[in-house]
Design a binder for this molecule. Sequence first.
Ligand code: HEM
Length: 273
Amino acid sequence: MPPTRIAAPAPGSSVSSSTTASSGCDASVLLNTTGSGEPTELKGPPNLTLRGFEVIDAAKAALEEACPGVVSCADVLAFAGRDATFFLTNRTAAYFPMPAGRYDGRVSFSNETTLNLPSPFAGLEQLNKSFHAKGLSLEDMVTLSGAHSVGRSSCSSFHDRLSPNSSDMDPDFASSLEKQCSSSDPTAMQDFKTPDDLDRQYYQNAVDHKVLFTSDAALMASNETAKMVLDNAHVSGLWEKKFAAAMVKMGGVGVKTSADGEIRKKCWIINKV
Ligand code: HEM
């Protein structure tokens, strides 16, 4: 069955009015160049450790071979998020329908990344502001943070929580991270317990003070968000359901249409006019 088409945000709606051209779900992050001479989002500090571009390029190449000019890079990214969720949850979470029909952006600016992307050093209020600016709620923020139950992080993203600084991190956990961070591979698994499963373990880690970032620990900083964390940790199936819905909602942020976007031929470069 083909995916449903995404509803383009109405002009002036909270989503379209609160996002800038290069900061929505428009694959602007994949561009190496836009021909303007300006560094693209890829060169923005929060994006320097992004990886996996070869997967997106391979999917796009196969699509262009089969049906040229039909599926945008923004849709490829959104479908990759859907499929990664399916496989990383051991195929147990529902295979949620991710709407299609996004167009690709034609601009991308590195200096918009720090303005638009939340920092790992942010507290609860700042995180809430960042998500709210994209039309996403406090609960969406808590729910989507659960993606930090897979993957790795550079130590530079959580050095503020390790010695000689003080933090609420579990001391034994902090010591093991400090050891890892002084090794030849200064990166750590985001979820020390089940690093390769997208699961609710992240929330138990938050309760146990065994998460990496200030922004992860911040989820326990208010009664409202701490209750969400505890519910996600303890109620079987709850987080998986909320995560699927929040992924679809995030996939609708700042979506472009044929009026302000295009369907790129290759994901790293805009089409020639
Ligand atoms: C709450 C705000 C968020 C902040 C502050 C944040 C920050 C970060 C940082 C700093 C890293 C590590 C980068 C590095 O040093 O290598 C990271 C990794 C990661 N984040 Fe987030 N993130 C947030 C939300 C999200 C969301 C909404 C998702 C997806 C739904 C997500 C998925 C991931 C994944 C999968 C990784 C691992 C990447 C890898 O293994 O290469 N994050 N995040």
